[in-house]
Design a protein around this ligand. Structure first.
Ligand SMILES: NC(=O)C1=CN([C@@H]2O[C@H](COP(=O)(O)OP(=O)(O)OC[C@H]3O[C@@H](n4cnc5c(N)ncnc54)[C@H](OP(=O)(O)O)[C@@H]3O)[C@@H](O)[C@H]2O)C=CC1
Ligand SMILES: Cc1cn([C@H]2C[C@H](O)[C@@H](COP(=O)(O)OP(=O)(O)O[C@H]3O[C@@H](C)C(=O)[C@@H](O)[C@H]3O)O2)c(=O)[nH]c1=O
Length: 286
């Protein structure tokens, strides 16, 4: 089987690269230098040339703050590129595996969001990601879209790495306690995607799925656990309200995802976020 992976140098893409080392299948990993997914012609050509049967789109505009001032670029990547890939998948009979976010929700719920819960993004990032989901769904291609949340990994930029740095440098840190979600290890999401691709389970199971680690945390809880696990006990982490930590982009106050559908469809067991965080930290600190 031929599999084309885009945005392969990001958090999720790097984890996909690691896993593919044990696959008998033929993976082609590309990032912007090899395949700029905003270029519709280049995408069409790459999908045809690699004879991709599956495309895993790990490319995205993920800087939530910068997106507020750069909607055009965020839209080009989060919506435009998704549309390019979906059209190319449709033309070549390939299945597109696409990834989206919990930030498509406004966070006013108090129970975990199911796939059919109404969306209402609060910012540019969430809005452009939702437009990407829709472009994929409306393209007529075979697709599986995985909405995930609060991704971190050994690679790239993420909250876990920011907290490791700040709690080592600072004596005090304010972190919001009134935004709750689920920290998710990119390695666990990659393993789920990899198993579905390798097993051929994507066929007949097209649609939208929610995936995160198990459990719930605030950003404050996540920060406190990171600092404790890393032994950064000199930094005093204070829980603060969102209003006390002003940002350009508004974020959902509650964005826990209900994972029943993905667990039942693919028979998954998902680790608790704390367990996966410790695993990732161990990899980073050794
Ligand atoms: N990070 C998170 O917290 C969350 C992410 N998601 C979603 O999960 C998916 C994976 O995210 P994650 O791995 O964190 O993303 P990253 O930002 O780590 O990786 C995205 C990759 O895409 C590359 N890229 C940028 N522009 C292009 C382009 N024009 N053509 C090809 N590649 C390009 C980036 O390169 P460069 O770095 O050089 O720009 C980077 O290597 C995304 O769809 C994201 O929206 C969902 C929920 C949470
Ligand atoms: C660095 C820092 C952040 N915060 C707050 C700001 C924000 O409300 C929250 C999260 O911070 P970040 O800006 O690092 O995270 P953010 O970029 O909002 O993370 C999001 O990224 C995109 C790509 C997604 O798809 C989401 O699921 C989510 O993971 O923590 C503090 O309270 N104190 C701090 O010192």
């Amino acid at each position: 089987m031929n599999i084309l992976v885009t945005g392969a140098n990001g958090q999720l893409g790097r984890e996909m690269q690691r896993l593919s080392a044990v696959s008998p299948n033929n993976y082609t990993f590309t990032d912007v230098a090899e395949l700029d997914v905003t270029d519709a012609g280049a995408v069409r050509q790459a999908v045809a040339q690699t004879r991709a049967e599956v495309i895993v789109n790990c490319a995205a505009y993920t800087n939530v703050e910068r997106a507020e001032e750069d909607e055009e670029a965020a839209d080009r990547l989060n919506r435009g590129a998704a549309e390019n890939l979906a059209r190319a998948a449709e033309a070549n009979g390939a299945t597109l595996i696409h990834v989206s976010t919990d930030y498509v929700f406004d966070g006013t719920a108090h129970l975990p969001y199911t796939e059919d819960a109404p969306t209402a993004p609060l910012g540019v990032y969430g809005r452009t990601k939702l437009a990407g989901e829709r472009a994929v769904a409306e393209s007529g291609c075979k697709y599986l879209t995985f909405r995930t949340a609060w991704l971190y990994s050994e690679y790239g930029n993420n909250f876990l790495k920011t907290m490791l740095r700040l709690t080592a440098e600072k004596e005090r840190l304010n972190v919001v306690f009134d935004q709750a979600g689920t920290p998710t290890y990119a390695g666990d999401l990659a393993m789920t995607i990899f198993s579905i691709v390798e097993g051929g389970y994507f066929a007949g199971n097209e649609g939208l799925y929610h995936f995160s680690n198990e459990g719930v945390a605030s950003w404050y809880d996540f920060a406190a656990e990171i600092a404790a696990a890393a032994g950064h006990d000199k930094c005093r982490i204070r829980p603060c309200r969102t209003a006390e930590f002003p940002t350009k982009a508004a974020r959902p106050a509650y964005s826990v995802l209900d994972k029943s559908k993905i667990k039942e469809t693919f028979g998954l067991e998902i680790p608790h976020w704390r367990e996966s965080m410790l695993y990732c930290l161990k990899n980073m600190l050794r």
